[in-house]
Write a protein that binds this ligand. Structure first.
Ligand SMILES: [Zn+2]
Ligand SMILES: [Zn+2]
Length: 315
């Protein structure tokens, strides 16, 4: 079968053995992949030269019995103190077991996953769209962490996929949302999701969905004194902090992946948001291509001038 991996010559579609041939399949299921999306993290891993596992941590597909599922790619140990406390995203060894990072992921015809990681899709969610459940879950966790946001003024800085998902989740929770995003197509996608565009004045809650110095500085500038600044975009390059953060007593709240919120599984809640927010897929997904075109799709995703927001590979 086909699988997309990073190689010495860049992203390539390789032919690899079927996952069913692996020896240890106890507690595992094979997912026939239908949709799998390229994430900014994938671009960083490829640029950093990481090799080994099949790429793709945002994916959905069908089980042997036809059930359509999205797959939560993060496999916590379930046994450490943090897992026991319900903070699965903080699992002591969770970083060692992530499909698409250090375990074979969803950019393949099929993938073997832990049966506890599959989530049947709610009625009304098309499996061809369900690759975006994962980034939605990331955004939902970030919004839950800075919340409750109902009725509050929320600024999202950065209109990439995670920022747009944060707009959708904050709007879904009843917030008054503004998006700060210089690229016109991304700003328009935010508007389509119900955000105002262009930061002005102060906000109760600001979510940095870009994770770079300029977005962090803008976020600090627009957070009201005593307000909350959520860190949702990955800070791949360190940023510096200034005294304004202290003078305004800004509460900085980082977020990483997803877990439970008041007993609700955020991954499952994200699938329901995908069902409930009209136009979400249309706003996010700018390109759909076959798995064979993965190398070209990665190049397009990495090119800021290409206008791509979310690229979905359809094996
Ligand atoms: Zn991702
Ligand atoms: Zn654990």
């Amino acid at each position: 079968m086909r699988a997309v991996r990073n190689t010495d010559s860049g992203v390539r579609v390789l032919h690899v053995p079927e996952p069913e041939t692996l020896a240890d399949t106890a507690g595992k299921v094979v997912v026939d992949v239908v949709s799998t999306a390229i994430c900014g993290s994938d671009l960083h891993m490829v640029a950093a030269g990481m090799q080994g596992a099949t790429l793709g941590h945002e994916f959905a597909g069908t089980l042997a019995d036809g059930t359509a599922v999205a797959v939560r790619p993060q496999a916590p140990c379930g046994a450490c103190d943090l897992c026991a406390a319900g903070h699965r995203q903080l699992c002591r060894t969770g970083g060692e077991r992530m499909y698409g990072v250090n375990l074979d992921g969803g950019m393949a015809d099929r993938v073997l996953v832990d049966s506890a990681m599959v989530f049947p899709l709610p009625d009304g969610v098309d499996v061809r769209d369900a690759a975006v459940v994962e980034p939605l879950a990331v955004a939902l966790h970030g919004v839950n962490r800075v919340g409750p946001v109902t009725g509050r003024r929320v600024l999202v800085v950065g209109g990439g996929p995670i920022g747009l998902c944060a707009v959708a989740c904050a709007r879904h929770a009843g917030a008054d949302v503004t998006l700060a995003e210089p690229q016109r197509n991304r700003a328009e996608a935010g508007e389509a999701l119900g955000a105002r565009v262009g930061a002005s004045g102060e906000y109760d809650v600001v979510i940095d969905a870009a994770g770079v110095q300029s977005s962090f500085d803008l976020a600090v500038e627009h957070t009201c004194p005593g307000g909350t600044l959520g860190l949702l975009g990955s800070f791949w390059t360190p940023v510096s902090m200034n005294v304004l953060v202290q003078m305004k007593e800004i509460g900085i709240v980082p977020a990483f992946t997803y877990g439970h919120h008041h007993g609700v599984e955020e991954f499952a809640a994200a699938a329901e948001i995908l069902r409930d927010v009209p136009g979400l897929v249309q706003a996010l997904v700018t390109h759909r291509v076959g798995l064979d075109d993965a190398a070209e799709a990665f190049a397009r995703a990495a090119d800021p001038s290409a206008g791509a927001i979310k690229i979905v590979l359809m094996p």
